[in-house]
Design a protein around this ligand. Structure first.
Ligand SMILES: Cc1cc2nc3c(=O)[nH]c(=O)nc-3n(C[C@H](O)[C@H](O)[C@H](O)COP(=O)(O)OP(=O)(O)OC[C@H]3O[C@@H](n4cnc5c(N)ncnc54)[C@H](O)[C@@H]3O)c2cc1C
Length: 555
């Protein structure tokens, strides 16, 4: 591979490093998505000034006609291909990985901090970011904010956007801005600035005012969304405040690169109890959800029969990762379920309803009360009265996708309809249609469904042989059909994994041409030269999906 002419100028411009080392580029050609793109260069900035210098150099090269761009990368676990590029990767975890200070209810962080390290610091003050994803051991703050991630506690706490107070960002001309909540008077002051920041405030204000009805009509009706640009979140109609950090959150590095975040945190509830429901008759699911939600559980999660079977199959492997004492305890803990499976077979769905309260008694009472309310449905249930007892269910739920990724030969977990959200009230009409549709493709795939059943957010991950061109065709044939069903119920194509390469081309199907034109206007305003992660959110095509999809079952 010939060296990029930008390597030397970029290396001179920053204190950090720039490399085109083939092994590094190959490593960064993948994330947890279905795609591969080999970058030309990887830059590791040491600080915000380095990020500014990278942007200035790339903008200059772009103006001179070079086809170059910058794609931010934190931990590279994106499932939609957000962190992949054939141009320049900006890697944040190497140097820009500092947390702090942590305040009484908030923390500052750089994007390269792994969530596990962030939480270590915040827990010192008994605080957490409650929107952490299931990939909490792998992911970093850059992706958590930029994908608008969410996870098992989102039912009670909402997704990341709710916790993003301020973002320091590098704009497309290399200038620095801090986006935070501003009063109407403060916005007027910003609009007077004679730089890109001022222009952004002026034009966003006009765009939001002129298109207020259109934007409001497309505000997601489900409890979580990561599709499109969150134009509906910029203005707080209650307070009149404007916060552009809400727009940058979830924008996958397509509008600006953020270098510091101020995140709100919460004090986690101390005590937990879980009602586990082993469900064989899926027709009962909507009624169960209807009865569970008023109890306001912290989490309401599920995993299906295939996941359960996989967990049992790989139990020794899961346990071996956990050290002897924990493995021995968990192994013993799994035995009652083994007996139940031997007697009644594997349940179609395992539902986990977890209550988190200030006292153990409160949590237990809620779990007991819910069990009574479900009594007449004659369900197989179990109450786990503390976190140690419920841990095994969480392990299966959290590990399901990793298990698939690591263990299946000749089949690859293909995340393409992996994250849709529907209103839980529609389960009786939606789920039968979904299963019928999936059945018509069953010769090409088996699938597991795990997810946030309380939010209506399903992680449906088919296992496919990607060496077979027919499987790859199925991906493009099936996705729009699933989305038709989802959209008909007022749902969204992605709750937390975002658009990336895999879903950007479906934004018109979801939002319609007028909204997509607004998204393009926003992109053009922030990034007129298209230097930030091109082809994600705006401009991505079905051709991109076909061209860059992996063709090997390599895990
Ligand atoms: C096993 C497994 C389970 C998962 N479970 C969940 C889940 O429960 N919920 C969930 O939401 N996701 C989940 N994911 C997907 C993924 O882990 C999350 O979306 C995570 O937040 C991505 O973080 P990351 O650091 O790996 O981001 P990356 O992949 O590095 O980047 C993600 C996006 O953010 C952009 N970005 C990164 N840093 C910046 C920056 N500084 N400025 C601007 N843009 C930036 C990138 O360009 C890219 O578009 C899962 C993935 C795996 C492999």
């Amino acid at each position: 591979m010939s060296s990029s002419p930008l390597k030397e100028p970029l290396a001179r411009a920053i204190k950090g490093e720039v490399t085109d080392d083939a092994v590094t580029c190959l490593k960064l050609s993948r994330d947890a998505s279905l795609f591969t793109r080999i970058p030309q260069l990887v830059a590791y900035p040491k600080d915000t000034a380095d990020v500014q210098a990278l942007v200035v150099e790339v903008a200059r090269a772009r103006a001179a006609g070079a086809e170059v761009s910058l794609t931010a990368r934190a931990a590279g676990t994106c499932m939609s291909g957000g962190s992949l590029t054939t141009s320049i990767v900006v890697g944040f975890t190497k140097y820009m990985n500092h947390v702090g200070p942590v305040g009484a209810d908030c923390a500052y962080t750089e994007p390269g901090v792994y969530y596990r390290d962030f939480e270590k610091e915040t827990l010192k003050k008994n605080l957490i970011l409650p929107s952490y994803p299931a990939s909490r051991e792998l992911a970093a703050m850059g992706g958590i904010v930029s994908n608008n991630s969410a996870g098992e506690r989102t039912l009670r706490y909402g997704q990341t956007e709710r916790y993003v107070d301020e973002l320091e960002v590098v704009l497309a001309d290399g200038s620095l801005a801090t986006f935070k909540s501003l009063s109407p008077e403060e916005v007027e002051e910003k609009k007077k600035l004679k730089n890109l920041e001022g222009q952004i405030y002026r034009e966003v204000d006009t765009l939001l005012t002129e298109n207020a009805k259109l934007i409001e009509a497309h505000r997601p009706k489900v409890s979580k969304n990561a599709a499109g640009y969150a134009l509906w979140s910029i203005r707080d109609h209650r307070t009149g405040a404007t916060n552009l950090a809400k727009l940058i959150t979830g924008s996958q590095g397509t509008l600006a690169l953020w270098t510091k975040a101020k995140l709100k945190l919460v004090t986690p509830k101390e005590h937990r109890a879980m009602l586990v429901i082993f469900l064989n008759d899926l027709a009962l699911l909507p009624e169960i959800v209807r009865r569970v939600l008023p109890f306001e559980p912290e989490s309401f999660e599920s995993y299906d029969k295939h996941t359960f079977e996989l967990a049992v199959q790989f139990l020794p492997q899961i346990l071996s990762q956990m050290g002897f004492a924990k493995a021995a305890r968990l192994g013993v803990d799994f035995l009652p379920e083994a007996a139940m499976v031997a007697a009644n077979g594997v349940p179609e769905l395992v539902l986990m309803v977890e209550f988190a309260e200030d006292t153990l008694n409160e949590a237990d009472l809620k779990a007991d009360a819910l069990r009574s309310v479900l009594d007449d449905l004659h369900l197989e249930t179990k109450i786990e009265k503390d976190e140690k007892e419920s841990e095994k269910y969480w392990i299966v739920r959290r590990e399901s996708f990793s298990l698939l990724r690591k263990n299946l030969k000749n089949r690859y977990p293909a995340p393409f309809i992996d994250d849709f959200v529907v209103p839980p009230q529609c389960y009786p009409t939606f789920l039968p249609k979904l299963y019928k549709l999936l059945d018509t493709y069953k010769e090409h795939m088996v699938y597991t469904i795990a997810g946030h059943v309380g939010n209506g957010n399903f992680h449906l991950i088919p296992l496919m042989d990607l060496t077979n061109p027919k499987s790859r065709e199925v991906i493009l044939a099936l996705a729009p059909k699933v989305y038709d069903l989802v959209i008909a119920e007022g749902g969204t194509t992605t709750g937390e994994h975002n658009d990336g390469i895999i879903r950007t081309p479906y934004l018109t199907q979801l939002f319609g041409a007028e909204m997509v034109a607004l998204f393009a206007q926003v992109k053009d305003l922030f990034d007129p030269q298209n230097i930030f992660n091109p082809g994600k959110k705006v401009g991505g095509t079905f051709e991109d999906i076909k061209r860059d999809m992996i063709t090997e079952n390599v895990h």
